[in-house]
Ligand binder design. Structure first.
Ligand code: ASP
Length: 323
């Protein structure tokens, strides 16, 4: 008996025709699957449409619907594949990993070129995702299959706006590489993302960008707008300017969680510098340094933590697990 895969389609370039300049998702889930006859040699594939939008226009509501649907179908099939726009793929994949556990692997994929463009990459990527979903080694967790590589949801990032090799896992590299015949595992797959079981987002988090000469105004504006928590997109090891550093320590003193993530492409945060804007000072005052989690994923984690818990210590504990 062939293994079974459910394809949940959300839109993006893989479902678009029109090519550069006017690509809008027009292809439904069935059309995506029908365009790749080789899928039938790998698995029995069922498809359904959850949404048909570019990923930069997806809402939390739709992504939580997707998570729920993935959870439901995962108990009925051997693998789940999600087709998704590339812009926010790493966020949706990480969010699904963060909020739930799935009885089968969940593999996201998409395309850089529209379905009717020469050299469209969607069909190959979809085939890769289905192959990974039924491979057997990816027993749990959420992944991104792209350009003949499989990446872990927590580690992966869109590193190029247009090239076919759009995704990288800068710290650890891909979990696996696909060849024509097989999938070469580079390490043991599996989710290291702790679960924060929430069914939606009920908190507001703002990301404040640090950089040369940045003052406290962006932080003040974020708080005026009603933010329940702040992510500092910090420089280097987790540092900011003196002025913003002073403002952050007073915000933390007021009980508002501030999470410090590095804006660098790779590497971890570390409290090394003890000046007003240094990571050591921020940490000493209670800001939470989140290691190698990038700011946009730290935002999702803080949103989930604040949606789950009110107590500041509980929020901190949720953020510190799996740093
Ligand atoms: N970048 C667009 C999006 O995120 C299209 C795509 O890459 O699929 O939807």
């Amino acid at each position: 008996m062939s293994p079974t895969v459910a394809v949940l389609a959300t839109g993006g370039t893989i479902a678009s025709t029109g090519g550069a300049g006017e690509a809008t998702p027009t292809e439904d889930a069935d059309a995506l699957v029908e365009a790749v006859p080789e899928l039938g040699e790998v698995a029995d594939v069922e498809s359904e449409e959850v949404a048909r939008v570019p990923s930069f226009e997806l809402t939390f509501e739709t992504v939580f619907d997707l998570a729920e649907r993935a959870r439901e179908v995962a108990s009925e099939v051997d693998g789940v594949v999600v087709t998704h726009g590339t812009d926010t793929m790493e966020e949706s994949a990480y969010l699904l990993d963060l909020v739930g556990e799935y009885a089968a692997p969940v593999v996201f994929t998409g395309a850089q070129r529209a379905a009717d463009e020469t050299g469209a990459d969607g069909p190959t990527n979809l085939l890769s995702a289905v192959r990974a979903a039924v491979h057997g080694a990816f027993t749990e967790g959420v992944y991104v299959a792209f350009n003949e590589e499989i990446h872990a949801a927590r580690a992966v990032t869109k590193a190029h706006t247009s090239k076919l090799e759009a995704f990288e896992s800068p710290e650890e590299g891909p979990v696996a590489t696909l060849t024509r015949e097989r999938i070469r595992l580079h390490r043991e797959p599996g989710s290291e993302t702790p679960t924060i079981p929430v069914e939606g987002i009920s908190a507001a988090v703002e990301v404040v960008n640090s950089g040369l000469g940045v003052g406290a105004t962006p932080l003040e504006r974020a708080l005026e707008s009603g933010a329940d928590g702040i992510v500092l997109s910090a420089t280097g090891l987790g540092n900011t300017t003196q002025e913003l550093g002073d403002a952050i320590t007073s915000v933390v003193d007021r009980g508002i969680p501030v999470v410090v993530a590095s804006r660098c492409h790779a590497g971890t945060t570390e409290g090394v510098y003890a000046t007003a804007g240094g990571g050591a000072t921020l940490e000493e005052h209670g800001a939470i340094l989140v290691g190698d989690l990038r700011p946009h994923k730290a935002r999702l984690k803080l949103l989930c933590a604040l949606s789950r818990a009110d107590d500041p210590e509980e929020v901190r504990a949720l953020l510190e697990v799996g740093r």
